[in-house]
Design a protein around this ligand. Sequence first.
Ligand SMILES: [Ca+2]
Length: 70
Amino acid sequence: MKHLNKALALIALASSSAAFAASDFDSLDTDASGTISPSEAAVDTDLMAEFIELDTDGSGELSKEEFANY
Ligand SMILES: [Ca+2]
């Protein structure tokens, strides 16, 4: 049982570091609102540079669909 817990802990660790990979929608959407606001996008300078262009509906935030073009 101890070994199983250790294996699960390693899996959890591996998947949480994967979630912090650059330019992943869910990791950029830090408040889990379903959109990326300019302040959330600010951690990625390349994304920020394209923010206005990507925001095709002009909502001021990037939806998952808009982010897919990044
Ligand atoms: Ca958000």
